[in-house]
Design a binder for this molecule. Structure first.
Ligand code: AMP
Length: 286
């Protein structure tokens, strides 16, 4: 595995592969890898000749009161895990390499960035879309792999790719969970031991919502209150949002029409966790 830190060196390296007709898969990340990241790397490897993973904690997507400085980092462990997963290139630019001067150009995916997580994290998705837009221009992959766990990010980037004609395919990989159902996340390390025990209640509540929907409940308000009750009863967390939305437009629905995405964000003392499920007609959907 090559570890590359500059845009120039990465472009030079990738031009060689492209000349040989190799296809390039790309996985953008902020590091502190877990099995969710690894499943994206494996999905990229399976469908492409060369896999590039970026590891960049993007300052642009953190609000002033968010965890940029203390976002978990472990480069040594990450590079070992990426190598083991068969990644060909780990691109880890410095903030200076990505943002050398003032940045006057941003990518804003308008109203899709404002609901759900966007409501409490103003500017977050503009930061995500801008850095991913830059990374796509740098890497020019054939395929970009994203995790369903960050469903709003998927929807926003899907629309950006469509609106701005980025020539690539998106591969959305199902959420990887701990054995007790908690969605894997770099931020799970912020949970206290007792919060960690409570956190699987989030996914249990989402699964209960799926059962309700598939048994014919069509009223989103009733489904939201059921999830709220289950999470509040099972955890010490507060709820930031619970919403039944259209999986593509992210618009909230009042009356359930399949497929529907049920998305939640909850706050524990030091960790903000998100999760979602998409309910389709078959019980076995992700
Ligand atoms: P991050 O490093 O948190 O920015 O995540 C990088 C990529 O990994 C994003 O596309 C995430 O959606 C994806 N990802 C994070 N957690 C999981 C998970 N538990 N399962 C699948 N993909 C994930």
């Amino acid at each position: 595995m090559r570890i590359i830190k500059t845009i120039k060196a990465l472009r030079l390296c990738l031009a060689g592969f492209r000349r040989k007709g190799k296809t390039i898969g790309f996985v953008p990340t902020m590091g502190y890898f877990h099995k969710g990241h690894i499943s994206l790397m494996k999905a990229s490897k399976k469908a492409n000749d060369i896999t590039v993973v970026s590891l960049f904690v993007n300052p642009l997507q953190f609000g002033p009161r968010e965890d940029l400085a203390k976002y978990p980092r472990d480069f040594k462990r990450d590079s070992l895990m990426a190598k083991e997963a068969g990644v060909d290139i780990l691109f880890c630019p410095s903030p200076r390499e990505m943002y050398p001067g003032s940045l006057l150009t941003r990518i804003s995916v308008a109203e899709m960035s404002q609901g759900l997580c966007g409501a409490s994290r103003p500017g977050h998705f503009e930061g995500v879309a801008t850095v991913v837009g830059k990374l796509l221009n740098i890497v020019q992959p054939d395929v970009m792999c994203l995790g369903q766990k960050d469903a709003q990010q998927v929807a926003v980037l899907k629309k950006m790719v469509l609106d701005l004609n980025f020539p690539l395919k998106l591969n959305v990989v199902p959420t990887v969970r701990e054995p007790d159902g908690l969605a894997m996340s770099s931020r799970n390390v912020y949970l206290s031991p007792s919060e960690r025990k409570e956190a699987p209640a989030i996914y249990r509540a989402l699964k209960a919502a799926r059962v309700l929907i598939l048994s014919g409940e069509l009223d989103a308000t009733k489904i939201n209150s059921k999830i709220k009750k289950l999470i509040l009863e099972g955890t010490s967390a507060s709820i930031e949002y619970i919403s039944c939305v259209d999986p593509d437009s992210l618009k909230a629905v009042r009356r359930i029409k399949l497929p529907v995405m049920v998305a939640v964000a909850v706050r524990f003392s030091a960790a903000r966790l998100i999760d979602n499920i998409v309910v389709t007609r078959s019980i076995g959907s992700p």
